[in-house]
Design a protein around this ligand. Structure first.
Ligand SMILES: C[S@@+](CC[C@H](N)C(=O)[O-])C[C@H]1O[C@@H](n2cnc3c(N)ncnc32)[C@H](O)[C@@H]1O
Length: 312
């Protein structure tokens, strides 16, 4: 089914993109395809980990609560690696026919929207596209039964995290399921971003990637709790496969102007990469929280009869 465009109206309060968001958008494009493919030579594992950590078929069935269709918003859909990883699970594929997951895609990159749409197969059926950031989302009436964002919000600057998390929480319909997966500050993507910026962006034009810790803190201000397991795993590449290693690392930094040799020669980035050497491979350590959002339980209000009793 063709997707219908649903462009969010530009919000005049939306701050201009940071250099980090601009670099992200520039790389999520046809011109960035080679780097994206080098990145996913390793990062496909991120989505396999998420797809196997939870019984997603059971979660979708639980949210459907007897209905034959649910509405999903895939925030920062990227190139659709998460739906692809889910569709590799027989239990998810087996939902087709019994449950339709009407899937809205959200991403500021038109390239990503088109790539992700190409991955959707039943039970996932393409619905509307939202070509905007999460911060800019105009939440449709009624919201969504399921809203998820998997490794999608690194380029949200720290000061925009509260607004982004507000939109996220608002988008989840009452009784619905909100899921965010993102790396902690100890994880390869964040550690590499930090050392890379220190060495190759000395003027500080880039802003740091946001961590899952920041997203969870942002959600706390939205009347929801965010809890879930931490996944720890490694990805690796042969050190002799320099093209893949270079493409992966450049994509981690959204900067393909710095070669692998320059990274290795740099005191800080080189030291980090040497700490990742294991035999003939580079091994990167990941620590990812898979959090589910739930409305904060409010204390039950005393009944009129109980109040009268207290006053008596
Ligand atoms: C690593 S990909 C996400 C992967 C994706 N979840 C998947 O299943 O393949 C990151 C995506 O986040 C998008 N993005 C960057 N900033 C964003 C923002 N503020 N709001 C929503 N999406 C954003 C990028 O355009 C990119 O397509």
């Amino acid at each position: 089914m063709p997707s219908s465009p649903a462009h969010a109206p530009a919000d005049p309060r939306t701050p201009p993109p940071t250099a980090t968001s601009a670099a992200s958008l520039e790389h999520w494009s046809e011109a960035g395809r080679t780097g994206m493919e080098a990145f996913y030579a390793l990062a496909t594992e991120d989505y396999r980990q998420l797809a196997t950590a939870v019984d997603w078929a059971a979660e979708l069935t639980r949210v459907a609560a007897g209905r034959d269709a649910v509405r999903l918003l895939d925030v920062a859909c990227g190139s659709g690696k998460f739906p692809a990883a889910l569709l590799a699970r027989p239990a998810v594929r087996a939902l087709a026919g019994a449950l339709t997951v009407h899937t809205d895609l959200l991403d500021p990159s038109a390239f990503s929207l088109a790539e992700a749409r190409g991955q959707l197969q039943p039970p996932f059926v393409g619905a509307a596209d939202h070509e905007c950031t999460l911060q800019e989302l105009a939440v449709p009436e009624g919201g969504y039964d399921v809203v998820w964002s998997l490794h999608g919000l690194y380029a949200v600057p720290a000061e925009e995290v509260p607004a982004a998390m507000r939109r996220f929480a608002e988008a989840v319909a009452p009784g619905g399921l909100g899921v965010i997966a993102q790396a902690t500050g100890q994880s390869h993507y964040l550690v590499f971003d930090e050392v890379f910026r220190r060495s190759f962006d000395p003027s500080g034009s880039r802003v740091p990637y946001s961590t899952v810790e920041q997203l969870v803190a942002g959600l706390a201000g939205c009347g929801v709790t965010a809890e879930g397991p931490t996944l720890r795993y490694e990805t690796s590449v042969a050190r002799e496969d320099r093209a893949t290693a270079e493409g992966f690392l450049q994509r981690c930094a959204f900067d393909d102007t710095v070669s692998l040799d320059q990274m290795l020669a740099d005191p800080q980035v080189g030291a980090y990469l040497r700490s990742c050497e294991r035999g003939d491979r580079w091994v990167f350590s990941h620590e990812v929280r898979l959090v589910t959002t739930r409305p904060v339980a409010t204390a039950p209000q005393p009944t009129a009869a109980a109040q009268a009793e207290v006053q008596a």
